[in-house]
Write a protein that binds this ligand. Structure first.
Ligand code: FES
Length: 112
């Protein structure tokens, strides 16, 4: 039986997800305002998220992603670019917890 996979955004919204989807894919499919200025080609850092649990269930970040992340605000060891972070396996808990940094949420609100 396939285990259910949930991505929980900012401790609030639980979204069904599938292996092979990026965190940005999951957010957009669920109407979560995650900015993605470059169109998901790893050329900005607006889709920056913090992966608070389940980080080891995502693909490895590339050098390009690391370079872009260096320009992001609120950077931490659990930082990823939402468009580059692809789910590779289901965590034991079934839940990947993702926090969208406050500044990003605010930017998204201002833009709409
Ligand atoms: S949308 Fe630009 S790097 Fe993810």
């Amino acid at each position: 039986m396939t285990k259910e996979l949930i991505v929980r955004f900012s401790g609030e919204k639980d979204c069904q997800a599938s292996i092979g989807e990026s965190l940005l894919d999951v957010a957009l499919r669920n109407d979560i305002d995650l900015d993605h200025a470059c169109g998901a080609v790893c050329a900005c850092s607006t889709c920056h998220v913090r992966v608070e649990s389940g980080l080891d269930c995502l693909n490895e970040s590339s050098e390009d992603e690391e370079d872009q992340l260096d320009t992001a605000r609120d950077l931490g060891l659990d930082s990823r670019l939402g468009c580059q972070a692809v789910i590779e396996r289901v965590p034991e808990s079934g839940v990947i917890e993702v926090r969208i940094p406050e500044w990003n949420v605010n930017l998204a609100r201002e833009a709409h």
